[in-house]
Design a protein around this ligand. Structure first.
Ligand code: SAM
Ligand code: SF4
Length: 329
């Protein structure tokens, strides 16, 4: 599908739950948020029906997200069913890694094409403070196990925050890409949900830190993955270092994605409130053709860009006030 700004939309991030076993400071408060009742969350069959419509419309890649997708009991079956859909070439997943080790083999058998693991720090105390759970060792075990499956690319996602990171801790995270084929990506904290109150590092600051130790850092020009990540290579490193810098390097002009929240709302830009209630239409008995028309109309109205760096109060009425776990980050 081509939108009115001539962007090809071929990627959907589907949130399968708004629940999570962690409480990352930039995503969810310690006490949690009011979760959707189970009846309001899309069933596996509903996700598959909507994904079939996406496949027919030209979506080629699906990323499962949340909340934490691996808290959902039917996640393995869902991956298997999505992989069968005509037109869908890749089904990947982003997870906090706590339950990954125990589900990894089943995910691989179901055909998962790639896994992103969120890991913000290698310091056990900081991990506990940042996520509300003493789970660093679990995540590291999951990473080690995942690396054994050489055909499934593994990326580490880190949101670098002033409160939790210094130069050495950022270098230590980057060094994960040295001895193993892990790609380590730094994601600029976005002013969404609890991230609005966080001060992060910019891409340039991290590049400067990396260059202080690795002068040979150089941009990698080939593409890796589905999205706007920009990658660098360092001689001697097996993996690449990536940046997703929605704030300092707006990439909206090449945005290729839409999002489906766990409540079945299609959102064409994560910063704006509202969306198109696909699940309601499905439950009211709309036909596949009607659902496809709804998706096409929504994509036709996809905004040109976010307003992260603009005078946000001026746009406040239209902006999303939910956190990433509710939107489906
Ligand atoms: N629980 C899974 C995980 O952590 O990978 C999937 C959902 S989580 C919302 C997806 C990604 O969004 C994580 O990598 C997380 O670090 C990132 N994220 C959450 N809030 C963010 C924010 N305000 N700015 C930038 N990234 C954020
Ligand atoms: Fe959970 Fe992921 Fe949000 Fe952390 S970033 S609280 S793991 S949904």
């Amino acid at each position: 599908m081509i939108d009115k700004y001539n962007r090809e939309i071929d990627y959907v991030r589907i949130s399968v739950t708004d629940r999570c076993n962690l409480r990352c400071v930039y995503c969810m408060p310690k006490e949690g948020v009011t979760f959707l009742p189970h009846s309001a969350v899309m069933t596996c069959e509903e996700i598959v029906s909507i994904a079939e419509c996406f496949g027919e419309l030209g979506i080629r890649k699906i990323k499962l997200t949340g909340g934490e997708p691996l808290v959902r009991k039917d996640i393995i079956g869902l991956v298997g069913k999505l992989k069968q859909i005509k037109g869908i070439e890749k089904v990947t997943l982003t997870t906090n890694g706590i339950y990954l080790e125990e589900q990894l083999e089943a995910l691989i058998k179901a055909g998962i094409d790639g896994i992103n693991i969120s890991l913000d720090t290698l310091d056990q105390n900081k991990f506990t403070e940042l996520t509300g759970f003493d789970g660093l060792l679990k995540v590291r075990e999951s990473i080690t196990k995942a690396l054994a499956y050489q055909n499934v690319p593994i990326k580490i996602n880190c949101v670098p925050l002033r409160k939790f990171h210094d130069k050495d801790s950022l270098l230590a995270l980057a060094a994960l890409a040295k001895d193993t084929k892990l790609h380590v990506r730094f994601i600029e904290v976005m002013p969404l949900g609890y991230g609005k109150h966080m001060e992060g590092y910019s891409e340039q600051e991290i590049i400067d830190i990396l260059r202080s130790s690795y002068r040979e850092l150089e941009q990698y020009t080939k593409s890796l993955g589905n999205g706007p990540g920009k990658y660098y290579s360092i001689p001697g490193f097996q993996g690449k270092i990536g940046f997703i810098s929605a704030v300092s390097h707006e990439f909206c002009s090449s945005c290729n994605r839409v999002r489906l929240t766990s409540a079945g709302i299609l959102k064409t830009c994560l910063q704006y409130s509202g969306g198109t209630d696909i699940k309601a239409a499905l439950r009211e008995g709309s036909s596949k053709e009607e659902i496809k028309d709804m998706i096409k109309n929504a994509i036709d109205r996809k905004p040109e860009s976010h307003v992260f760096t603009k005078d946000r109060p001026a746009f406040s009425e239209t902006l999303e006030d939910k956190g990433m776990s509710q939107i489906g980050g």
